[in-house]
Design a protein around this ligand. Structure first.
Ligand code: SGN
Ligand code: CA
Length: 541
């Protein structure tokens, strides 16, 4: 058996082959069952999907769907039950993931303003110490990605069918369905494009299950045999929560039956606001794909038009259509995870590769009557987080500490044995995953900025501890909300005016101020971010 080792050389920060026998390194890395020596830095496969609610991952104990491949990561490694984001929206979440810094520090506070790729990110750091790096799929940050030897990314949100990609700066359309195409591209890089002499970092980022939830042909109708019951607070009246009442993300009122629920009737009788936008998405399909699509949706359209549904009945009908499409898109994501895990296993890469599965934020699956995200309420503040690394993480580990997307960059640098830059605001959760619980944070900070904007979620910031949450909505209102998550996990009862919580309220206010100081946030910075946002949107101040 060939033996070799790669040794970290601190002085030159390059990988040096110290010894190897007859076989080439390329073969050693790709041969089945080849094992890496224990001091070899780990490879990292960071899988992120878009808008994937933890409620739609079976490892979290929910029963909406089955995600056997994603679940495998937790079964063989760790399941984080309190993974959160710092700002529940796509591009800002990704900027935090890359930089390890809050949005108000890295500058990407909303989906509108530009991201500055010139700043440091953990991929650049790993690249600088000899990692081979690649970014495949959705990133939602304009400009040429920096820190990646290879990148093939979606422009903006991307398209479900016949997706366009930007490959190292050059645009091309790739036929097929986005999730399978993205998986194929990731596998192709792993197998054919990667420099197999180096440890690698792969960011494999799916668009699904983002709106408008267009399933892959083979999964159309997968969830149609059962009637799905909505969450218990589906018919929320938002009492005591002004900002929650002001939103435009209601499944009953705001979902577009053509654009979101695919009721593109040939007679064009359903004339909704976004009908034309969906027509363009439908037109991207091949004739064969359209035939399969129509065979599934036409009878649904016919049935919908033949019945007069109103109020609660209509809301429940829309909920079922929404959730069925949403869950169907996740099946393709789960298949992709399975294919990548299998590749690692079949190529002797399993033991020395860290695999993380997460989403850019959580999502409402009918809680409060909603789709979308943005709020600091738990369904969108939380994000799924599963991680395996056989060398350090015991199968079936549960981590219930408060971690955030702020922590990914320092965690990966820690695993790679690289010093964590002092200006990174997150903390490595490596020791939590290995079951070593030492001192850890007792509270997290959150801030959301994109208002006035789509879905009308007002600007807010707040603090969450293990048990409590304090939120301040501002800009065109000035409202505080306080929740006791132990007695009210669905966040229906705003306790801010409840005197019996006065002491808790005061301590949360104090903790919130401390966190704002710790992370360098302030009302002045908020005002500057608001000004830049309004200027970018061409709105008056
Ligand atoms: C799009 C969606 C919104 C969604 C934002 C942000 N509308 O604008 O529903 O909130 O993205 O999502 S769509 O009609 O274009 O689908 S994010 O995940 O990218 O932040
Ligand atoms: Ca998202």
């Amino acid at each position: 058996m060939a033996s070799f080792s790669l040794k970290w050389d601190d002085s030159s920060t390059t990988w040096q082959v110290v010894a190897f026998s007859m076989l080439s390194i390329v073969c050693l890395y790709s041969c089945v069952n080849a094992e890496s020596p224990s001091d070899t830095p780990p490879n990292i496969v960071f899988i992120m999907s878009d808008d994937h609610a933890f409620q739609a991952i079976s490892a979290y104990g929910h029963h909406l769907n089955k995600t056997p491949n994603i679940d495998r990561i937790a079964k063989e490694g760790a399941l984080f039950t309190k993974g959160f984001v710092t700002n529940s929206i796509c591009a800002p979440s990704r900027a935090v993931m890359l930089t390890g810094k809050h949005c108000h520090i890295n500058g990407k506070v909303d989906n509108v303003q530009a991201f500055n790729w010139d700043q440091d990110n953990f991929a650049k750091t790993l690249q600088g110490v000899g990692y081979q790096t690649a970014l495949v799929g959705k990133i939602h940050l304009d400009g040429q990605p920096q820190g990646f030897d290879y990148s093939i990314v979606l422009p903006g949100q991307g398209q479900y069918y016949a997706p366009e990609f930007i490959e190292n700066g050059v645009k091309r359309v790739i036929p097929g369905y986005i999730t399978t195409v993205t998986t194929d591209l990731a596998l192709h890089w792993l197998d054919q494009k990667r420099d197999k002499e180096k440890p690698f970092l792969l960011l494999y980022h799916q668009k699904a299950p983002h709106r408008t939830w267009m399933p892959e042909a083979k999964y159309l109708g997968l969830f149609d045999t059962i009637q799905i019951e909505p969450p218990t607070n589906f018919f929320d009246d938002y009492e005591g929560r002004t900002a929650a009442a002001a939103q435009e993300m209601s499944i009953l009122k705001d979902i577009d039956v053509v654009y979101d629920l695919k009721l593109l009737d040939k007679e064009q009788e359903l004339k909704t606001r976004y009908r034309n936008a969906f027509q363009l998405k439908y037109d991207r399909m091949t004739d064969e794909e359209k035939a399969g699509w129509d065979a599934y949706y036409d009878p649904i359209i016919e049935e919908f038009k033949s019945k007069d549904r109103e109020d609660d009945e209509l809301a429940l009908w829309k909920y079922n259509r929404y959730i069925r499409d949403y869950l169907s898109t996740i099946q393709s994501v789960d298949d992709g995870v399975g294919a990548v895990l299998d590749y690692l296993k079949d190529n002797g890469l399993e033991k020395n590769t860290i695999v993380v599965y997460t989403s850019d934020q959580g999502f409402y699956l009918g809680e409060h009557g909603w789709f979308d995200k943005r709020y600091m309420y738990d369904e969108s503040l939380r994000t799924p987080l599963l991680m395996k690394y056989p060398k350090e993480i015991k199968p079936g580990t549960i981590v219930d500490k408060l971690v955030q997307n702020l922590d990914y960059a320092p965690t990966f640098l820690d695993y790679a044995g690289v010093d964590i830059p002092s200006d990174i605001q997150g903390e490595s959760f490596r020791h939590l995953a290995s079951g070593k619980v030492t001192e850890w944070r007792d509270a997290i900070y959150y801030s959301y900025y994109e208002f006035p904007g789509e879905h009308h979620v007002k600007r807010h910031y707040g603090v969450r501890t293990d048990r409590y949450k304090l939120i301040h909505f501002y800009y065109d209102i000035d409202e505080w909300e306080l929740y006791d998550l132990e007695v009210d996990p669905m966040e229906m009862n705003n306790l801010y005016a409840n005197e019996s919580y006065d002491e808790i309220k005061q301590s949360l206010h104090k903790r919130l101020e401390e966190l704002r100081v710790q992370y360098g946030d302030s009302d002045e910075l908020n005002q500057q971010n608001l000004d830049r946002y309004l200027t970018a949107k061409n709105m008056s101040k």
